[in-house]
Structures are given as C-alpha cells and as structure tokens.
Write a protein that binds this ligand. Structure first.
Ligand code: ATP
Ligand code: MG
Length: 371
C-alpha cells in the first residue's frame, strides 16, 4: 500500500521528522515527488534520496512465497478461520481463508451482519479454542452493528468462555467499531489503518457493507459508473493489501441487485424455481445477483451467498472459492448467531459467480437496478 507510513520505514528519525515537516508522511507522498524535489525538501544528497525512494518502492513490493511455505504455515494452523459451521468449514478446507478477501452477499435481512458479528466473537477466542486470538476491526457503513447483540451471541453461544462481566467486557474491548459515512471517509480510514491493526493486534477485519456507500454516492450521477469502478478497484486493492500484509481474513458484506438478460443456469434442490434454478423476479428474464458488477466479483477471493428458503430457513452458497466446489448448506439464525441447520443439507451446482442468481424473500422484490 503506497499509503504505508514513513514511520514504519527503516530510515533515520531525523529524516522522517524533516519529511513530515514538509508534509511527506507516507510512501505515496515520497513516490509522488521527483528526486530533485525530494532533495530540496529533505535537504539531503541525491544518494540519500535514491536510497529513500528505493526503500519506499521495496516496501510496496509483495514478496513471493513458495508453495512449501504455504503448506507449512497451513500445518501450523492459522491459514483458515473456522466459522463453526461444520460443513462449510469442511468444504473450505478449514474455514474462511486468511490473507484474502471473503465476501458475504445476500438479500436484506438474510443474515450478513449476524454472520459478521458471529465471526467477530469467534475471532477473539484463543487460537487453541478455534479463534484467531486477537482483536477485530468492524467497519460499519450502515450503523447496523449492535454491541448488545454481539454480547448476546457470545453469552449464549459460548457460556463457558463468557460467563461473567469481565470476560464480556474483555470481548467488547477487543471489537473496534469504525463508523464511516462516505466513500472518501472509508478510503482515508483504510489508508491509515495499518498502525491501528498493529497496535490493537487485529486478527479480523470486517467491512459491513461494501455496497451501501458506493451505491448511494455513485448512483444517478454523470459518469458515476466509471468513477464507481475506479473506486471499487482502489478499495479492493487496499483491502487485499491489508489481508495479505497482516495475514488476516478480510470479510466484506455485499448487497444484491437485479440483473437483466439471460439467467444463469443454476440448480439447487432447495430453490423453489422453475426448473433451471435461477430465480425470476419480474417474469421478464431478470434475476438477483451479488451487487457491484463483474469487476468487483473478480476482486473477491471467496464469495459466500446467503439466500432465503421457505419460512425462516436460510441457505449459504459457496459461490466462488479457490479451494471449494460450488456447494450449499442450510443455516439458521438464533440467539447464538449463525448456526448450521442440522435438519437441512444441500447439494448445489452453480455457474459464473458474477451471474449467480439469488433467492429473495418470496413476494418481495429485492433490488431494482443493475447497480
Ligand atoms: P441488510 O442487508 O439489511 O444489512 P443483513 O443480511 O445484514 O441485512 P442481518 O441484520 O444480519 O441482515 O439479519 C437480520 C435478521 O437476523 C433478522 O431479520 C432476524 O431474522 C435475524 N435475527 C437477528 N437477531 C436475532 C436473534 N436474536 N435471534 C434470532 N434471529 C435474529
Ligand atoms: Mg447488515
């Protein structure tokens, strides 16, 4: 991330201070200047400036690792974050992958925030209890996070670990809520979050949701689609950088939209459709799919889709994964948060995740544009 702070670079404190006085605090600030400008601003020789630029560039380069290294770190654990939904964890080779971005998409009220809060509780557990043994940054763009609900999930799900006030307080102090109200605000926050991640020993980052702000700000404005694509590309790059650099799972929730055109051939025994599995919304060949378009779909490493079944039952689809086939499992939401529905089971064959049809709540029209 070019927004990496110079503070974290191995250069003298004196040089850092001098550059800060000139308004240069990140690698991006340095790399935006010419060597001559840097010499003037820092009062240093060309050689020192060359070294500074070299260090800034190096800090941006992602170091390659071997497959053997990945295998070994998997054996040591910590490569996957168990969701405590047994079948989902099994198919994902242990859970949500760390160091990558996982999206949870689905219709309103289907359980994205509940799932995110459940995972936030689990992340704070010690590693030996299946957690990540650290804090959580929960970026809330919708004001949907509820501390009360977080504690209810913890208390009812894990009564042994959270039986007294002090353990609940400890949990509450490990989940850091960041409220953001605009896309600009969000990018600024993401660009300066590195120090927080280190200081607070963050092991999970949640962005709930990735869609609400961009949909609000870039809809119905001239050139909005192109600007939105640019914004989403920068946002995805930042989120992936954070996931990789800190080796943590980054979870983003996404809304759904209606797409027009040929429906994707999807089949699920649970989907009350008309034969091919895709779900018609208005009878004119439109269907529900994850929002934000194909470019965003490609940025996401793992996509989980939540959808409604009959009544209160819900289903989770593994719609995109580098390790798992298209699969589905039934789940329920209870006081304990999101749980696997032991009554249900599933088998599912999907297609292009960008065209993934999603089952909305019966009788409700969900999403109305291609945004
Ligand atoms: P949105 O797109 O609007 O943000 P969402 O997918 O994030 O929606 P959630 O807020 O995660 O939806 O889920 C809300 C649903 O969770 C409620 O409609 C209810 O069915 C269920 N729910 C919330 N709290 C509880 C609880 N304590 N016990 C059982 N179910 C609950
Ligand atoms: Mg929500």
């Amino acid at each position: 991330m070019a927004a990496k702070r110079l503070q974290r670079l191995d250069i003298s404190d004196e040089l850092k201070e001098r550059l800060a006085r000139q308004g240069l605090t990140t690698c991006a600030d340095v790399l935006a200047k010419s060597p001559l400008e840097l010499m003037k601003l820092s009062g240093r020789s060309g050689l020192t400036v060359h070294d500074l630029v070299h260090r800034c560039c190096l800090s941006q380069a992602v170091k390659p690792v071997t497959a053997l290294h990945l295998l070994k770190s998997r054996e040591r654990g910590g490569t996957f974050f168990a969701t405590s939904l047994p079948d989902l964890d099994k198919v994902l080779h242990g859970g949500i992958p760390t160091a990558t971005m996982t999206e949870i998409a689905g219709p309103a009220g289907c359980g994205k925030t509940q799932f995110s809060m459940t995972l936030s509780v689990l992340a704070t557990l010690p590693v030996e209890d299946g957690g990540l043994g650290g804090g959580v940054v929960y970026i809330d763009t919708e004001g949907a996070f509820s501390a009360k609900r977080l504690l209810e999930i913890a208390q009812t799900r894990l009564p042994q670990q959270f039986q007294d006030d002090s353990s609940l307080k400890e949990l509450a102090s490990q989940v850091h809520i960041v409220s953001v109200q605009s896309c600009k605000n969000l990018m600024n926050r993401l660009q300066s979050i590195e120090e927080d991640l280190i200081q607070k020993k963050i092991k999970l980052m949640v962005l709930d949701s990735v869609a609400s702000l961009v949909r609000k700000e870039y809809s119905n404005v001239q050139g909005g689609m192109m600007r939105r694509t640019d914004f989403l590309a920068s946002e995805a790059a930042l989120l992936k950088y954070i996931a990789e650099t800190f080796s943590i799972p980054v979870i983003v929730t996404n809304q759904i939209t209606t797409r027009y055109g040929q429906r994707a051939p999807v089949s699920s025994p649970h989907t009350p459709d008309d034969g091919d599995g895709s779900v018609e919304v208005d009878g004119e060949g439109s269907y529900l799919t994850a929002a934000l378009g194909n470019t965003w779909s490609h940025s996401v490493n793992t996509r989980l889709i939540l959808q409604y079944l009959a009544g209160d039952r819900r289903q989770i689809l593994v719609a995109k994964s580098p390790v798992a086939p298209f699969t589905c499992f039934d789940f329920i939401i209870t006081k304990k948060g999101v749980e696997q529905d032991v009554q249900g089971q599933g088998h599912y064959k999907g297609t292009d995740p960008g065209k993934q049809a999603i089952q909305g709540r019966a009788g409700l029209s969900v999403g109305s544009t291609q945004w």
